[in-house]
Design a protein around this ligand. Structure first.
Ligand code: URA
Length: 236
């Protein structure tokens, strides 16, 4: 066998000998669409792999928060989501279960989602800081900055059309402003990343835990949610 035939055979073997040995000629075009090789499924596996790689990087991040927290809390929901919800940091229940927004604030978030016909399983839910701060204290600016690159990376991988920021910490991290939510809410902001070749429309609103303590702000929160629902309906 000459060298170039040998190389060709090796190439074919390496690219999947089961396809090479089929009875009928392969219709490459049809297979592109129907098989899991090179199809949408691969794109999603690729996304999942990238998110898993981010999780691994957060795991080895040098932070004091690890000393007091029980579990790393990164995300819940769908990696194919069109909308990302970003909170502050895990609380007690989240720390125990290793999932974001599973306590009382999470139950309210589920209701907020349902009110605009969204299911928890179809949005991507995460936090700015991924380890629970002791006694649920607010993350410091240094902690926010330390975790921010991983949040930005998640946004790049998920590639959402909309981001909904829950509370002042998420607003500060993503919109890079110390302005209070009262000033930021009720209007669309634009999030731009170097990696994503698009503008992600972003809204900042009240955190569900704050709404539980101060229900008089629920009306404003509902208005913000409706702004998101309107955009989503326009797209469909
Ligand atoms: N508050 C947050 O900001 N995130 C959670 O995951 C739970 C409560």
């Amino acid at each position: 066998m000459n060298q170039s035939n040998k190389k060709h055979l090796e190439f074919i073997k390496n690219s999947g000998v089961n396809y090479f040995l089929q009875d009928t000629p392969r219709n490459w075009f049809e297979s592109e669409q129907n098989s899991s090789f090179g199809s949408l499924k691969d794109v999603n596996n690729d996304k999942l792999l990238k998110i898993q790689q981010i999780v691994e990087k957060i795991k080895v991040l040098d932070t004091q928060l690890k000393n007091t927290a029980k579990n790393l809390v990164v995300y819940d929901g769908s990696i194919d989501a069109k909308v990302m919800f970003i909170g502050e940091a895990p609380g007690k229940d989240e720390d125990i279960q290793g999932l974001p927004f599973v306590g009382k604030a999470g139950q309210l978030l589920n209701k907020m989602l349902a009110a605009i016909n969204l299911k928890r399983e179809e949005v991507y839910i995460t936090n700015v800081v991924n380890w629970r701060p002791p006694d649920n204290r607010t993350p410091t600016d240094d902690e926010i900055l330390q975790f921010l690159p991983f949040l930005q990376e998640q946004i790049d991988v998920i590639n959402p059309d909309y981001i909904f920021l829950l509370g002042g910490v998420a607003a500060k991290a993503i919109l890079s402003t110390p302005l209070a939510l009262g000033k930021l809410r009720g209007t669309w902001h634009k999030y731009q990343s170097l990696q994503l070749n698009k503008t992600v429309y972003t809204i900042a609103s009240y955190h569900p835990a704050f709404l539980l303590r101060s229900p008089q702000y629920k009306k404003a929160s509902w208005e913000d949610l409706q702004m998101l629902q309107k955009k989503l309906n326009e797209k469909n």
